[in-house]
Write a protein that binds this ligand. Structure first.
Ligand SMILES: [Zn+2]
Length: 434
């Protein structure tokens, strides 16, 4: 049988994802960063007799989660945005002008560490100094779908050269294994029309997604209506920019007619960020959009959500949609599981690569403890990943076959050092502003 297998991961229950039923007493065999076999442990042991076996019957194995929208370097604002100010315009922008690549790198390490320790293996990030964020992902060990934010109007770092810098980042990382570059205009109101058209065109040509904020605030919509008499989604559609892979963060201010436009463009994936939508309102009608065959992914975003844990977001999505619709079961836990995994992968154009367990897929794995009080009894294991499990249950994590968390401990960097370095970076940033 197959040779060259590096290791096997065994679990009492394997949740392959993408609607496949859980398998008991099974595992996966990994070779060169990819899964080569999924099946009963008896067979795996027979096929690969002298290969190291991790895990065991007391664990649950799942794909890692995909965070489809966040800002790792924005971790500096954690805990600071729980008042009446709009976080983007009144808190972030006045301070972000003082960021440096070095500070962003130190800050991003904190959020990458938290992500991995929560069982999130792929992070779609949108921020300044993307090269520093890429460094943090490579060092600590996460898969990054990263874009260098472009602003040409308003905001910190608004500059005509932002377009070229953003595209240079994409070209540098086009063939990387764990850094997947994206083109990242900030939003329709902060990027001029010529730059926007150029960025979307370049993304289509290079075969990478566009990741932007879309219909994210009342202020954005007011600016667009004043500028061109239309909301953001209609504006992009009229420019012919929606026939490609677009990760559309938020969309909560899109109109009904604009959701019809999104439904006609299967490459466009709104990203629901349940905690941020609940705090800032309105809430994206995610369950309704899924019913209209729109691919809705999940993101943590950043502050005022003070976590980078997409598994928590999946749980909040279930409760948030029940509150929004008044219907318990409006969004079922298994639908939220898909949003946190395969739908996120799909949004990023990585559906054949990550976020489900099957031969040929990248080995981005999370091994969960099931011997904890919270996971007892293990009713519906797949649903419980969303409704019950938390980061305390995350035992081990692999990204591209590299083990990055073991026994709840980060391996790529030391968590205490990452936190200390991050705290110092925040102090430096905030003192520079004062
Ligand atoms: Zn955002």
């Amino acid at each position: 049988m197959a040779t060259g297998v590096d290791f096997i991961v065994e679990a009492g229950v394997v949740v392959p994802g993408a609607g496949s039923p859980p398998l008991t007493g099974s595992g996966v065999a990994v070779s060169g960063g990819r899964l080569v076999e999924l099946g009963p442990m008896v067979e795996l042991r027979r096929h690969h007799p002298h290969v190291p076996v991790h895990g065991g019957p007391e664990f649950l194995l799942s794909p890692g989660a995909v965070n489809a929208h966040t800002h790792l370097g924005l971790v500096w604002a954690r805990g600071l945005a729980h008042d009446d100010r709009h976080p983007v315009y009144d808190l972030f922008w006045p301070i972000e002008g003082s960021l440096t690549p070095e500070l962003v790198g130190r800050l991003a390490r904190v959020a990458v560490a938290e992500s991995l320790l929560s069982g999130v293996t792929t992070i779609a990030d949108h921020y300044f100094f993307a090269e520093a964020t890429a460094g943090a992902c490579l060092e600590v060990g996460a898969r990054g779908a990263l874009g260098q934010t472009v602003m040409t109007e308003f905001g910190p770092w608004a500059s005509p050269s932002a377009v070229a810098e953003s595209l240079e980042f994409v070209r540098r990382h086009l063939h990387d294994e764990t850094i997947h570059p994206v083109v990242a205009p900030h939003a329709p109101d902060t990027v001029g029309e010529d730059a926007l058209v150029e960025l979307f065109g370049a993304a289509a040509e290079l075969g990478v997604p566009v990741h932007l904020h879309l219909a994210q605030s009342r202020r954005e919509i007011d600016t667009m209506v004043e500028r061109c008499g239309r909301g953001s989604v209609r504006y992009l559609n009229d420019l012919g920019l929606l026939d490609q892979t677009v990760v559309a963060a938020h969309c909560m201010f899109a109109t009904g007619a604009e959701f019809d436009i999104i439904a006609e463009h299967p490459g466009v994936s709104p990203v629901y960020c349940p905690t941020v939508h609940a705090l800032l309102s309105p809430v994206l009608p995610a369950a309704d959009l899924l019913g209209r065959h729109i691919n809705v992914a999940l993101g943590s975003d950043a502050t005022p959500n003070d976590r980078y844990d997409v598994w928590t977001e999946a749980r909040t999505a279930v409760t948030g949609q029940a509150v929004l619709t008044g219907r318990p079961g409006a969004l079922r836990p298994l639908e939220a599981l898909d949003m946190a995994t395969v739908r996120g992968a799909s949004a990023l154009g990585l559906e054949g690569e990550i976020a489900r367990l099957a031969p040929g897929m990248k080995a981005d794995l999370v091994l969960w403890r099931t011997d904890t009080a919270r996971m007892t009894p293990l009713g519906d294991p797949a649903a419980m990943l969303v409704t019950a499990a938390g980061s305390r249950e995350v035992h081990s994590v692999w990204v591209e076959g590299r083990r990055v968390v073991e026994a709840g401990v980060l391996l790529g960097a030391e968590e205490a050092e990452v936190a200390a370095t991050g705290r110092a970076a925040v102090a430096e940033l905030l003192s520079g502003v004062a």
